[in-house]
Each structure stands twice: as C-alpha cells, then as structure tokens.
Design a protein. Sequence first.
Length: 238
Amino acid sequence: MSRRLPVTPVPPSTTPPVTDRDSWQRELDRLLVREKAHTREGDALAAERRRLPMVEVPASATIVGADGEVPFLDAFEGRRLLVGYFHMWHDGHSAAGQCEECTFSTAQMQVPEYLNSRDVTLAVFTEGTYEESRPYSDWLGYRLPWWSARDSEVVAGREFGFFACFLRDDDGRVFETYWTTGRGTEVADWSYGLLDLTVYGRQEQWQDSPPGWPVLAEGESPWRVDGRPTIQWRVLEA
C-alpha cells in the first residue's frame, strides 16, 4: 500500500449531501458556466502571452552536462523551442534532503514526446553541480535531459524553482520569451489538477473547504512523506 500523509481526524459523516441525479446534474451545469468562463480566460491569457516581447540570452551563456560545459544552445537538441524547469538543489544533502517541491514537479513531467512533436524540448536545469545532481536524476529514473545551470547567465540572477521558455532563431541566437515561478509552475503538476476535481481537493491547509473536510496535519509538507520527497518511496520500495 502506498504511503499516505497524515491528515486531521475526519468524522465519518464528512461528505457532501446526497441528492437525486437530476438535481445533481443541475448543480454541475451551473458550475460548468463558470468553468467554461475560466477556460476562455485561460485561452485569452495564453493568446496575450504569445504576443509578449522577448529578451536575448547572452551568446556566452553555458550549461554543464555529460560532456562538460557547452553553449546553452545545445539544450535545444536541434529543436526551435525549449521549456526549462530550473530545479533547486541543496549542496551536500542526501536524496532525502533534496527539494521536495522541485522533485514533485519534475517527477510528473517525464513524458516529453508530445512536446517534442511540436518542436519543443523539455529539460531540467539544476542549481547543483552536474557531478553531484545527475545521480539523483538517474536514481529516480528521469527521462528528461538534465543539465547544471549553476552560475549560468541564463538564470539571470533569479532564484531556482521556475519555468522559462526559450526560442532560437535560424542564426543560433537564443531568446527568453516567458518565465513563471510560485504557483505558476503548477502547470506541470497534473496530480494537482486531478485532486482539484475530487471532493476533498488537495487536502492542504490553505484551501477553501467545508468544515470538517480532511486537511493535512499542521506543519506537514504536501510534497514529503515520512521525511522524504514523496516520489522517492516508489524507488526505495521497488
């Protein structure tokens, strides 16, 4: 059985009210109006995002991979577009002590073929050195390209834990077109999207739920179980 995070005690009767199917469908239809408006607003934001200006990445920007230091352009793997996740890293810490939030995101985005088919490379750029961090990627069975961006100009002074999008032109110049951090990175966290569809949601302290709904125990990380980033238990128990 999979490990579970501890939640606050929940009374057995903590469930939504029961109704007949027609009444239930009417409530779903009412909510659907707002859901469609939310989707259309997301489409409008995406359209505006596509019209943003862009900034050039210095040609001198480099990253480190299996073959040592290489130009940032190499991360595109010949494609025109690149989406990079910039992964936090805690130097000298064991796997159990690595960033559970970045691990939460990167563990869920390991199937790049659909992006590749649209001329997009998806890659991870870690804050750690390549020598120290790459074994972590291998241990978790990650499929995405893994690079070290420590001290790279492409980071541009930002804190790690963000997505950035890049475009290269026919002359080999590279431009950054968009970046986002915080809850903006949830775009990769498909499990959150599914949890939001369930009656108990994410079960996190901040969410708006009816009284008595289960929530994680006070002080519990939503991305760490029994002292480790959650995905690591799959590897350990295998």
